[in-house]
Design a protein around this ligand. Sequence first.
Ligand code: CLF
Ligand code: SF4
Length: 289
Amino acid sequence: MATSCSGRRNIQGHPCFGGDHRKNGRIHLAVAPRCTIKCAYCTRKHDCVNESRPGVASRILTPQEALEQVRGVMASETLSSIIKVVGIAGPGDPLANEETFETFRLVGGEFPHLVKCLSTNGLLLPETVDRLGALGLGSLTITINALYPAVGAKIYSHVFYQGKRYSGAEGASLLIANQLEGLARAADLGIVVKVNTVLIPGVNDGQIEAISRKVKELGAAVMNVMPLIPQADMAHVAPPSPEYLEEVRTIGERVIGQFRNCRQCRADAVGLIGEDGVGSRCAVPAAGG
Ligand code: CLF
Ligand code: SF4
């Protein structure tokens, strides 16, 4: 994996990290159904074909099927010139699924020029980040919605970790510690890190500036504040208005660059962000990639 002069891996052109999203696209491989935590806003579906949002995929692929899908897409004249990134982002947590690692191994062996990208809740990062580094992961997204366990407890009802179930502030505390440790270690390896934060009015909006400072300090390159999609246990929570979202991003921008083109895409999106074309129902996390 090539690195830039800053020591970061070369992910030039990545549409979710400041590359030209009108020219460069990604393929998401929905190989990861299982998850180890429960976010209050998450509803995962594997059979949905008419919704466009994170956590949704038409069908779970095996690693071999995922490789075949990449072959198919890269054989298409139109798509092969667009696709720069192969991402695994769900519909569960990629790190809770061994298939994620096998898929990157297979796809990386045949298409080494595609940037390998992964999106995770971060719980299992401390124990997997070295494997990801060795597989040549170029970019990593960690969804961090809280810095303080008391706030996290309102978002994460429970966390399964090393065979035990932790709920409330205890679970949130464990998750947050692993997210921050994983972020720092990934950045040390040269993996380019983005932090996604779901803006949940009345729950975590007081934390966004603190999150941006902390993740910048630990080595994140960019942040993506995404509006809550009200569903599941947060179906009753009003999402932020576009104006409020922009206000929060502008505050965050004083600390760390903000990605503003996220379309909260599906776990099986293919093509340009927001314009998924051919194969968009073939194969991202429930909180966005
Ligand atoms: Fe996919 Fe995510 Fe990689 Fe992009 S998406 S795994 S970083 S290649 Fe992008 Fe989609 Fe927003 Fe994610 S627009 S939901 S930020
Ligand atoms: Fe798991 Fe992602 Fe759903 Fe949270 S949003 S419960 S991390 S799949």
